[in-house]
Design a protein around this ligand. Structure first.
Ligand SMILES: Nc1ncnc2c1ncn2[C@@H]1O[C@H](COP(=O)(O)OP(=O)(O)OP(=O)(O)O)[C@@H](O)[C@H]1O
Length: 921
């Protein structure tokens, strides 16, 4: 490192070395990113970057030179292990600018001894733009999302969303209203979100940006400049106009242009191979907001793990692309019954053909992740193993296509898959097979990956290189013989190049006439002496140039192969997508067979009739322990469901005004299985609408257009959001949004506050669901008082978890039956949990006392006293009496047998006065 002072520092404090001046200039152009500054075999970080990296990576912080009078903090990561360090920095939310040496140090020297090697940033590594195998999760799409906001009127805005996975080329667009933005981002689950600074600073959106898992990157307004949007998109795809891609809204186009602009910036001009944008509108998918996704543990558990999620339980895919697609399906269940039926037909094709299913799986299993290899190829980051992956992948594609084509009566999706698999050039796989060695290095610069016999010119240069090596061996033998020093060796190092080494004792003779004419002394070591000869120098340059030429030859062939693959890129990407789709379909068939799932009927009705339903995750967990899962029915179908368009293709048609789903109010002790039952029905709806078979004996579901699930505050601790306020905000969102096609799951809503408040809120929420939302809903509660509501709300049915008692202990049967729970069994559950016996006994005594008082509690009479919610939807929520009932107390105190007529009359006046007083209070 050249740190000799050269130029004065701008502040005049101290001179700045040319290298540091270069560093500062590059760093200034990449604020907000850690700068990996290449120096030989290391990427070095300086100043604050070094401090951040050393802390995050746990590597040593050192000092190097001074800047403005202070030590320069420095740390470094070896280039060969850079991926690993990058991954950790990215996972911690950092961005990294990778700055390489753009010339050989020897070239810099030619410009003068003190010249600095030219350097430049070759890419910005951000969470949404990584492509390296080691940095990516194989089964998760790595989406980069750009969100553009467009004002459509003074008080109305629309959001355009453009998302791409640059590791696979997927590129999609959608649009939503401000109210739908959070759910749409949750559906896409991006790794990085790019937004304009103004959107980032908008106070109304601050909680959204704070809470999402993705890294949020604010950018200047030029990125989302509407004026140039079409032009920038057309330039990116090298087309004259983007009209050929389909029609997009203004917001979508601006977002798409913002996305490609940001990508080009991070890739420093290199273009990833993106598919043309495709519209992937939220309107064709089941709306599931972030809280519901988290609560139902669709892709990961509340603790953030994959194990234990629905995805983990149903994933039988065998390719990384298939895993990514299945995760996308789970994140975006369909709404249109005909689209769902198409997928089901394809799944059914394989459930009926076990042999074919097995053959398909075997071939799919050996298919490598060609989407990501193609992504790296386009960005010039691919290595020989990516070519091998493509060789295997393209071979597998041809086999799978042949297998499919041999089948009669392919359902439409499978026929389309077969057509897509036929698209790539059939000559590519054999060409790669002929060119590539069996054992391949990771990096192309290591050479040795092209098979001998593939290219005559390359074989020739290699022969020259290998020949020279043989010559060296012969030379060593000759030198040993002529000098009579048996231990003489020819060695190589970077400083001396090739040299002769002999033991020191023998070396003295080489300094004497006779030998010294041939051997030129170079070094004396402890115990050895080193010499060079003119023959060795000549050989050295021949070997070096032959090796260099051989490597250049290999790289040229690599370039040709890469060019041929990229030229067929569109066809290969289409085939790759088809491969992932095929994997998902076969995997769903395997799942259906292994777990005994049934094909659900999904239509445009408001039916929700599940017979013998099971929880897909809990069932498998119990099975592993050898325990059975108790199947349960659930019927939330509205009575008018039959009239409301059953069997219609259009799932989104508005149902008949009189139509409305049922609400089940589920009571039962703790641990009886209420939450499991609630979630299993939501999960069955999700599975049915991704086209999967479902864990049930039989199921009929009218397509659900929005799914909501909330859990009472106390269950929400895992998300670090324990407050009752959050529960209320989320419940409010459901009551405000759920329409007649929604499915709502509410688990112990209201329990996070005082009993009467909670009960009142739950009460009013159920009335709202029944009268206003009119949707299908399941509501689990410990407030037994609520079961009274079924007397007044015709669509509300009570269900309870059956338990029995045996020798004073509660036994859970996990069976859902009509009716209301008679008691809570909370104390029995506490006993089961190992609560000290004395505490259990004391609790029993307190409970007995409370129950005696509760018999006179006003809440028991609520149902008779309150007007129905539907009759007065705007009326204030009914407030249960919280003061003692003075009239009732006075009445209790009277004994009519002991009273004269006059006393009775006085008592009557006094009671009336008391009642008036109580009303005024
Ligand atoms: N249908 C079932 N068949 C077999 N086991 C079940 C079934 N449902 C639930 N279980 C078992 O019972 C346990 C408790 O279930 P769950 O959490 O759903 O109860 P809960 O009634 O919601 O309890 P709490 O009111 O305390 O939240 C589950 O972990 C599961 O192992």
């Amino acid at each position: 490192m050249n740190i000799a002072p050269q130029k004065p520092d701008p502040d005049g404090l101290q001179p700045v070395t040319p290298m540091m001046a270069q560093y500062l200039e590059i760093k200034a152009a990449h604020q907000g990113a850690l700068l990996f500054y290449r120096m030989g075999d290391f990427y070095e970080l300086f100043f604050e970057d070094a401090e951040i990296a050393s802390k995050t990576l746990g590597i040593v912080l050192t000092k190097r030179g001074k800047h403005q009078g202070a030590d320069i903090a420095m740390c470094g990561v070896p280039v060969v292990r850079a991926d690993e360090y990058l991954q950790r920095l990215i996972a911690h939310g950092h961005r990294v600018a990778v700055c390489e040496q753009m010339e050989d140090p020897a070239e810099a020297k030619k410009r003068g001894g003190k010249s600095v090697v030219r350097r430049g940033v070759v890419r910005l590594v951000t969470p949404g733009t990584i492509t390296e195998e080691t940095l990516l999760e194989p089964t998760r799409s790595n989406l980069l999302l750009a969100v553009a906001r467009l004002r459509v009127s003074d008080d109305e805005a629309r959001y355009g969303l453009a998302f791409a996975d640059i590791s696979t080329g997927q590129f999609g667009l959608s649009e939503c209203s401000p109210a739908g933005l959070a759910a749409e981002i949750a559906r896409l689950d991006p790794s990085e979100v790019v937004i304009a600074e103004a959107v980032h600073e908008d106070e109304a959106l601050a909680p959204l940006w704070r809470e999402i898992r993705a890294a949020v990157t604010p950018v200047g307004r030029d990125v989302f400049d509407g004026g140039q949007a079409e032009r920038r998109l057309a330039d990116f795809f090298d087309v004259a106009t983007i009209d050929g891609f389909g029609s997009f809204s203004r917001a979508e186009t601006v977002a798409a242009a913002g996305l490609v602009t940001y990508i080009l910036r991070t890739q420093v001009g290199r273009k990833p191979a993106l598919d043309p944008p495709r519209r992937d509108g939220a309107s064709s998918h089941m709306a599931i907001d972030a809280a519901t996704r988290a609560n139902l543990e669709l892709l990961r558990t509340l603790g953030g793990e994959r194990a234990g999620s629905l995805f983990d339980a149903i994933d039988r895919t065998v390719t990384a692309g298939g895993g990514r697609l299945l995760a996308q399906w789970l994140a975006s269940p369909l709404i249109r019954p005909d689209a769902i039926a198409e997928r089901q037909d394809a799944v059914a094709f394989f459930t009926e053909r076990a042999l074919l299913r097995g053959q398909m799986r075997a071939r799919l299993r050996s298919a490598p992740d060609i989407a990501r290899s193609m992504g790296r190829l386009a960005l010039d980051r691919a290595g020989p193993r990516d070519l091998a992956a493509l060789r295997e992948g393209l071979g597998g594609i041809a086999d799978l296509e042949a297998l499919l084509q041999a089948q009669a009566d392919l359902p439409p999706i499978l026929a389309a898959i077969a057509a897509a698999l036929a698209r790539p050039d059939r000559g590519l796989a054999p060409r790669l097979a002929a060119a590539l060695e069996d054992d391949l290095p990771l990096l192309k610069r290591d050479g040795g990956f092209i098979r001998a016999g593939y290219d005559a010119a390359l074989d020739e240069t290699r022969a020259l290189r290998d020949e020279s090596r043989r010559v060296i061996a012969a030379l060593q033998a000759r030198y040993a013989e002529t000098s009579e020093v048996r231990q003489l060796k020819i060695k190589h190092n970077n400083m001396l190049g090739y040299f002769v080494e002999v033991p020191q004792q023998a070396g003295e003779a080489f300094l004497q006439p006779g030998l010294r004419e041939t051997y030129v002394h170079r070094q004396t070591m402890a115990g050895a002496m080193r010499f060079s000869t003119s023959e060795l120098s000549t050989l050295e340059s021949r070997i070096a140039s032959a090796a260099e030429q051989a490597l250049a030859g290999e790289l040229a062939i690599f370039g040709e192969l890469a060019g041929a693959l990229l030229a067929d890129g569109a066809a290969i990407r289409t085939a790759t997508e088809a491969l992932a789709l095929l994997d998902v379909i076969v995997a769903l068939a395997v799942l259906a067979e292994e777990e005994n799932y049934a094909r659900p009927a999904v239509d445009g009705s408001l039916a929700f009739a599940i017979e013998g339903g099971r929880h897909p995750v809990v069932e498998q967990a119990l099975k592993r322990d050898g325990k059975p899962f108790v199947a349960n029915d659930c019927d939330l179908s509205g009575q008018e469901a039959g009239k409301a368009g059953a069997g219609k293709a259009a799932g989104r048609s508005a149902p008949d005004k009189s139509a409305a789903g049922k609400i089940w109010l589920l009571t039962g002790p703790n641990m009886a299985g209420k939450s499991t039952f609630l979630r299993q029905n939501a999960l069955i709806a999700v599975l049915a609408q991704i086209g999967s078979f479902v864990p049930a004996r039989q199921a009929h579901i009218g397509a659900v257009d929005a799914l909501f699930s909330r859990v009472g505050a106390a269950d929400d601790l895992a998300r670090g959001r324990s407050t009752f306020m959050v529960e209320m905000v989320e419940t409010a969102a459901i009551l405000n949004q759920a329409g007649p096609r929604a499915l709502v799951i509410l688990d112990e809503i209201g329990r996070g506050t005082a009993t009467f408040d909670g009960l009142s809120i739950a009460w009013a929420a159920i009335e709202n669901l029944s009268a206003v939302n009119r949707c299908r809903a399941l509501f689990a509660t410990h407030y037994h008082e609520l079961t009274q509501l079924s007397k007044k709300l015709p669509r509300l049915a009570n269900a309870t978890m059956r338990v029995t008692e045996w020798q004073g202990d509660v036994v859970f049967l996990h069976e859902v039956v009509p009716g209301a729970a008679d008691r809570s069994y909370g104390i029995q559950v506490a006993k089961l949990a190992g609560m000290p016996a004395a505490v259990v006994e004391r609790a029993r005594a307190v409970l007995a006392q409370l129950e005696a008082t509760d018999r006179q509690a006003p809440s028991a009479r609520l149902i008779d006293d309150l007007p129905l919610f539907a009759a007065a939807p705007r009326a204030a929520a009914p407030a249960p009496a919280t003061r003692p009932d003075v009239v009732a107390e006075a009445l209790d105190a009277l004994d009519p047998n002991d009273m004269t007529p006059r006393q009775a009359l006085e008592a009557l006046f006094s009671l009336k006065a008391k009642r008036d007083g109580a009303r005024r209070a």
